[in-house]
Design a protein around this ligand. Structure first.
Ligand code: GDD
Ligand code: MG
Length: 352
């Protein structure tokens, strides 16, 4: 069985982070995001190949995953000539595949048991099975109404407030039968959410819902991107390299250098090659990336700092996201919710 990860979007809502780092590989702690999806897929032993459906900056993604050696599953890349939308991308990537497919939106983090979803799909002889998750406000998602038999009764992408009739939304995880893909028009942009799913309902085909109440988040905005780190710090989602670590004390990678006189407040994470100098404070919910230097008396709290950024002496960074290779001068103040792109340079004493 094969899986397709839709990872071709531009990640506009995560700009400027995604200018040089496409959304599927933004770091979550010390790993590119798609690693977490691959971990989830590996729970289904039948899956022997993961197809990454790409469009935006495909090279950068291929550089990280190669042919999959190191992830434990074979990886293949399909690059659309132009963005084909979620439906067009699936059809394009599924050429020549006749077997049942697992499809993920390439920006959702979930603890769903994919094997159980596959099993339900087969038991029901479904054409499509979709994972749903309850959220407080469905407006930013695909609203999905289900019937008493657990099938999908209505699919409405990005509902307006007066169209919201329930709290279950499309979690972006599907099991699909490729013999239905002939209805997806070829070579033009086509949305699976606005076209294909409503068409299954209209035609009365077996379209099954799997409601999952476990962890779920779409990492597509800076708020959600920060939230996923908080959730992992707090143990609401368990995965990745320090899944088993004690989060009640700071997590410091073996090759990080924390000088005497630096203070680390749990939970926080300092990656290999990072340096935290004397007098610096790393406050709770901070992630200090590989090779980051936090100079003397600098103060970082609740912030995600990507690799190779330097934070100058006496600078303060609070609840911000700083991308790679930034240079924050001495005594700078980077305020809450700031999102700085790669190579941002702040002159000494700057305030954001
Ligand atoms: N290959 C390819 N080509 N991938 C694409 C394209 C494309 O043209 N357009 C979008 N994608 C990928 C994105 O990279 C992302 O991983 C996924 O498809 C979904 O696109 P988003 O742009 O993130 O959509 P959304 O978050 O607004 O809504 C979708 O996800 C929600 C759950 O997070 C919809 O599927 C909603 O129904 C769903 O509730
Ligand atoms: Mg999304």
């Amino acid at each position: 069985m094969k899986a397709i990860l839709l990872a071709g979007g531009k990640g506009t809502r995560l700009r400027p982070l995604t200018i040089h780092t496409p959304k599927p590989i933004v770091p979550i702690f010390d790993r590119a995001f798609l690693h977490y999806q691959i971990d989830l897929l590996k729970q289904v032993p039948e899956i022997d190949e993961v197809i990454l459906s790409l469009n935006y900056q495909p090279r950068r993604i291929e550089e990280i995953f190669g042919d999959g050696t190191g992830t434990g599953v074979r990886i293949r890349y399909v690059v659309e000539p132009a963005p084909l939308g979620t439906g067009g991308a699936i059809r394009f990537a599924a050429q020549g595949i006749t077997d049942t497919l697992v499809v993920f939106n390439g920006d959702v983090m979930s603890s769903v048991d994919v094997q159980r979803v596959v099993d339900l799909h087969r038991e029901r002889g479904a054409k499509a099975t979709i994972v749903l998750t309850p959220v407080a406000n469905p407006a930013a998602y695909g609203l999905v109404e289900t019937g008493p038999d657990g099938s999908v009764r209505r699919f409405l992408e990005k509902p307006t407030p007066d169209q919201i009739t329930c709290d279950t939304i499309n979690a972006g995880i599907y099991i699909l039968e490729p013999d239905t893909f002939d209805r997806i028009p070829k070579d033009v942009a086509y949305s699976i959410e606005r076209g294909y799913f409503p068409s299954l309902v209209e035609r009365g085909e077996t379209f099954v819902a799997y409601i999952d109440r476990g962890y779920w988040i779409d990492i597509g905005t800076p708020e959600k991107y920060v939230q996923v780190h908080r959730d992992m710090f707090d143990g609401r989602f368990i995965g990745g390299t320090f899944a088993g670590a004690d989060r009640s004390t700071p997590i410091v990678a073996p090759e990080a250098r924390v000088e005497d006189g630096a203070r680390l407040e749990a939970p926080c994470f300092v990656d290999n090659g990072a340096q935290v100098k004397a007098g610096a404070v790393i406050g709770a919910y901070s992630v200090i990336g590989r090779g980051v230097v936090v100079e003397e008396d600098a103060h970082v709290s609740g912030s995600i700092i990507w690799p190779n950024t330097r934070i100058g002496q006496h600078a303060t960074v609070d609840s911000a996201i700083l991308a790679r290779n930034c240079h924050i001068g001495r005594h700078c103040v980077v305020r809450a919710d700031a999102v700085l792109g790669d190579k941002t340079v702040l002159t000494d004493y700057s305030k954001t």
